[in-house]
Design a protein around this ligand. Structure first.
Ligand SMILES: [Zn+2]
Length: 285
């Protein structure tokens, strides 16, 4: 398919434009605003492959109190990778008693931890009881509001309860629906809240027509891109490797083809949005 040809057929991630050696020619820069790389056995290799593919920053997202403890310590010295503290709805039951630790970790890593989450509601898997999910989500919305930090939301089969909980707690100034999988109606409701939609490799799947409609109607400046790696590998990539931040250009390239825009424009806009959203270096003041 023509839009994929720019990336070659080998599956190797290649920058769309420009060399990786920092010379003067225009380069395309991406930010993978949601990945899970801290536990990778080859973290240095993952990060350098991402840099070679034009990925200038990554946000590694914690899913439990334990990961929130470990990942900032593990990643603080890794170039271009930032951390979050948060409890995924899957962990809401077991982690609820230790939730207060998240605020302490924000104090311990003020320069490296850039957001609260991922948190939210998952009624599809329902690994934790719904009432525990709701309490743990509400506590993290409150924390993001208190600290004026970005909130990273995971929601699955739980749109109505997600919207009503946000209405009750107040929507943080910077809120992202990570791995957005809704259709046009859900996108419009998220946009009305002032939120940003983060698009993952799901946008490349043949079954994701509703999601592509949502992407088509969402203003470019309200979109970010992510891999959610090691999950959700873009369908254009046929190698045997797991998903990784180096593959985020494939997500952006699909967003560009859905919106009928140049890839360079999507890269520039989503990268600027992610920098500003998470307050990363290079963000406008
Ligand atoms: Zn995730």
């Amino acid at each position: 398919m023509a839009p994929d040809a720019a990336f070659g057929s080998s599956g190797a991630p290649a920058p769309v434009v420009g060399p990786a050696d920092g010379t003067a020619e225009a380069t395309v820069e991406w930010i993978d605003n949601h990945c899970h790389v801290a536990g990778s056995s080859d973290l240095a290799g993952v990060v350098s492959a991402a840099a070679a593919a034009g990925v200038v920053a990554m946000v590694d997202v914690a899913c439990s109190v334990e990961e929130s403890e470990q990942h900032p310590a593990l990643l603080a010295e890794v170039p271009n990778v930032w951390s979050t503290v948060g409890v995924h709805p899957h962990e809401a039951g077991p982690d609820e008693p230790r939730l207060g630790r998240l605020a302490e970790l924000l104090d311990e890593h003020p320069d490296h931890v850039v957001a609260v989450g991922e948190c939210g509601l998952d009624y599809f898997y329902e690994h934790s009881p719904r009432d525990a999910q709701q309490r743990v989500f509400a506590a993290q919305v409150q924390l993001a509001n208190e600290r004026d930090l970005p909130l990273v939301i995971h929601t699955r089969d739980a749109w109505e309860d997600t919207f009503s909980l946000l209405a009750a707690e107040g929507v943080p100034r910077r809120t992202v629906f990570h791995c957005f999988t809704g259709g046009p109606a859900e996108a419009e409701r998220c946009l009305e809240l002032g939120a940003v939609l983060s698009i993952s490799g799901i946008v490349t799947y043949s079954s994701a027509g509703d999601l592509r409609e949502a992407v088509a109607l969402t203003p470019l400046e309200r979109l970010m891109v992510e891999t959610d790696s090691p999950y959700l590998k873009p369908s254009q990539v046929k190698d045997k490797g797991r998903n990784r931040p180096a593959l985020v250009p494939y997500v952006g390239q699909k967003v560009a083809s859905v919106k009928g825009l140049p890839v360079e424009q999507v890269a520039a806009a989503t990268t600027a949005r992610a920098r500003e959203f998470f307050g990363l270096p290079g963000a406008p003041a």
